[in-house]
Design a protein around this ligand. Structure first.
Ligand code: GLU
Length: 309
């Protein structure tokens, strides 16, 4: 049985939208709409400290203004602990999940890693004996929980990046699926939600390419289908950094001033990324007519970033 085509917007409500997010969301929308699919909106507010309701509301109203429509949701990850717990239990039946007491920024390691920050866990806590682990559990604060990975290649075909292959043990390492603070980690939540929400198409920034093998591994263990992936280049500032909240010229407010309308913003992003030949206003609907993933994959070959200008 083939599943209906479904994509997703999965913003973390930890800040306002900027041109880089808009580019990735535009690509996600065009990818599924060009083949008759629908979009889900999922608010990834796993991190209670950093997620803010007003950012979620702001992102939704910006998406609406930009014509980046969704057909289902919003679904909030903060409502989904029961589903994550169930998946966690199922994984624990199948593979070794062990407590990790390592102090190095566990919280950061369990959040979506960003481009160029590949962390391979050296396996320190895997080597603890059961009694050592017991003693430390009694004496120390709550541990994080890591899932063991086998020494296996995970291969997938990315619609933009081509054939990708990574070794779980040497390139990913055992990774955190439950954080010290008790929150489930990004990798687990995203896999559970993509399956529950029927997501078949994942289009997102290339900074998350290195998370994909981990997600495919969890999907396989849980018996979930594998979505199709496309990882889009990042928009970067003049200094070559990925755009962030501090790049005020890429914020919605300043872009609205500069380009005059939501269509002006979309049209400019489409122009600098080579999706349309002129810097002219365009809605996502307008871009649909000429959208061609295989042409973009040719045009962006080997490109991991595109300058924001
Ligand atoms: N919530 C993540 C972010 O905004 C995206 C996760 C994903 O697309 O898998 O960076």
């Amino acid at each position: 049985m083939t599943l209906p085509i479904k994509g997703r917007f999965a913003p973390s409500p930890t800040g306002k939208l900027h041109a880089g997010n808009i580019f990735a969301y535009l690509m996600a929308w065009l990818t599924v709409k060009s083949i008759g699919g629908s979009m889900v909106l999922r608010i990834e507010d796993l991190d209670p400290e950093r997620s803010k309701r007003y950012f979620a509301d702001g992102v939704m109203s910006d998406l609406e203004r930009l014509g980046l429509t969704w057909d289902e949701g919003p679904f909030y990850q903060h409502d989904r602990d029961g589903a994550y717990e169930e998946a966690y239990e199922a994984l624990a039946q199948r593979v070794d999940i062990y407590p990790c007491f390592c102090t190095r920024a566990d919280l950061a390691a369990a959040s979506a890693p960003h481009f160029g920050e590949k962390r391979v866990y050296p396996g320190t806590c895997k080597r603890l004996s059961a009694s050592e682990a017991q003693d430390r559990m009694a004496a120390e604060d709550e541990p994080a929980w890591r899932i063991s990975v086998p020494d296996e290649q995970v291969s997938f075909s990315d619609a933009l990046q081509g054939q990708c292959s990574m070794d779980l043990a040497t390139e990913c390492g055992d990774f955190i699926i439950k954080r010290k603070d008790g929150a489930f980690a990004y990798q687990l939540a995203v896999v559970v939600d993509d399956a529950a929400q029927g997501v078949t198409s994942v289009v997102r920034g290339i900074d998350l390419l290195s998370s994909t093998p981990q997600q495919i591994y969890l999907q396989s263990l849980l018996g979930n289908p594998h979505p199709e992936y496309a990882h889009v280049p990042l928009l970067v500032s003049k200094s070559g950094r990925r755009l962030a909240k501090r790049d005020a010229d890429a914020s919605m407010e300043q872009m609205l001033e500069r380009f005059g309308s939501p269509e002006g913003i979309i049209g400019h992003i489409a122009y600098i990324t080579g999706m349309q030949p002129e810097d002219a206003p365009a809605s996502p609907e307008d871009l649909l007519k000429s959208f061609d993933m295989s042409k973009l994959s040719e045009a962006w070959k080997g490109k991991i970033s595109i300058p924001w200008e």
